[in-house]
Design a protein. Sequence first.
Length: 418
Amino acid sequence: IPASWINVLGILSENQYLVLSLGAFLLLRRDQPRSADSVCLAVLLIAAVLTRSIGLALIVAVLIGAWISSKGEPSSRRQRTAATLAAAISFVLWEVFSGEPSESHYLENWLQVGRLLSDAGLAGICQFLIFQVIQIWEAVLTGLIHHWVLAESTFVLLLLFLLVALMDIACRLKSKELEAIYILVFLCVLMGWGAAGGQMWRLVYPIIPLLLVFFVSGIDRICRSIPVNKYQKYIRFFLCALLLTTLSNGGLFILERRQHARGNDTEGYRYMTAYYQGISLSTAKSKSQAELAIIEGLRNVDFLTDPDSVVAWFSPMYVNLLSKRRSVEIPITPSKQQTEAYLREEGVDFIFLSRYHPRQYRDQVNGLKSMESYASMGQLVWLTDRCGGMVGEVICVLIEIAPVSNDQSAVKSLPNTL
């Protein structure tokens, strides 16, 4: 299926969650419910939410579907409600006693997003929502086509695919069907998830198979509306074969390459395939070139600084690994007075800045946008541009912290980073 390339990463919890969520949908669609169904549903929901926290969306969808559906009997509603409560309680108990870091909790993340949006005002909220919509849209595209070279024809087919799927989702929402409610709740959760960090393609992955189901169901709806029954079967086969085989080719190519090439050279290819995910081959190449330049820059820090130097960057672990220097974390957008005090307190000798944050590869997260502010705290001593890139396209810089802040003359000589 499309997005099957995610399997090159090895065993991921997304695949297990996918099986559990689809199992819950199939169980709830059984024509003749059994007495043990409520227990099976509770087990599936508990397993799903403990596998991936996004299972909370599944719990909410099942609860909503149980109470707004006109088909549900009172006993069925009570059973589904009990199953969702059991899953929710299990999730809370796991979060309390598992000792997981609070930064990964949905509640903590939403509270952080809420604090940021309350300070940003209406304009900031609109900007955040637009940013999330773009991330989700790109993630869906990535799930359906991956590094497709013939972009124009495939993109048109993809739009047709999504249009048919959205039409079917709208019809299912009108009928208050569980799967459509789940898609809606799932997307609402992602809209408020502010810590995707370039991983939205993984977060969206569990709904990709449902989009395929909705697409096939949408074709069936369209064909049933055609008055001439003679052509309905042929139209179904043609549309399904055309779109599914076209959109699946990218994933099939990647999996075939993995099966037939097991040498050392292909191990890097496997991880790069997933790491530089995207529908644009040129964008993937550009990201990989920038990443290579940043890695090379971190290695140069080892030669440009003393062994006991402290080097600050967005992600200290990479400085420890590649530069062999002690490191502390700095924000992309600094408050100058607070940052200067923080740097003095931590004994920072150098600041390393890069165009990309190691966990957020997007143009909106430009790590060099505050270079002038950081450079005013010291002296620019070294920079590098993209490997094979255009002249003047700075990728990373190294700034030496001065005992006393330099004047603005050091800042005026900075290269263009935009």
